[in-house]
Design a protein around this ligand. Structure first.
Ligand SMILES: [Zn+2]
Length: 115
């Protein structure tokens, strides 16, 4: 499952960025996920729980929060940014537009440590 490897990548990224001792105080991981990233929140949560349970017990109790962001397009004709609903890629000015400026994200947005 593609979500399992995503979760493993998240843990490897955190290990590369923070000293091991610091990660013991990890409380919450917040991800920024766009609809075009092909990630299902529920599958990601399930994968996270499974990986923590089976491979990464040291992260037990850490929360995964998925922050969904909308798709935004920017029209090259009029310069306006429009939020895409129902995958309808049309600018407010009426022109079709495929210039996506937000919506592909799949990234660690924030990590929160216990105080
Ligand atoms: Zn426009």
């Amino acid at each position: 499952m593609h979500e399992i490897s995503l979760v493993r990548t998240i843990f490897r990224t955190l290990e590369a960025e923070f000293p091991a001792a610091g990660l013991d105080g990890l409380e919450r991981i917040e991800l920024k996920v766009g609809p075009l990233s092909n990630v299902e929140t529920i599958l990601l949560q399930n994968a996270f729980n499974a990986v923590v349970e089976e491979e990464e017990q040291r992260f037990q109790g850490v929360q995964l929060q998925v922050n969904l962001v909308p798709i935004l397009i920017e029209c090259p004709e009029c310069g306006q940014r429009t939020e895409v609903e129902n995958y309808r890629f049309v600018c407010q000015c009426g022109r079709p537009c495929a210039n996506v400026v937000q919506g592909n994200e799949l990234m660690i947005e924030r990590v929160v440590f216990k105080s």
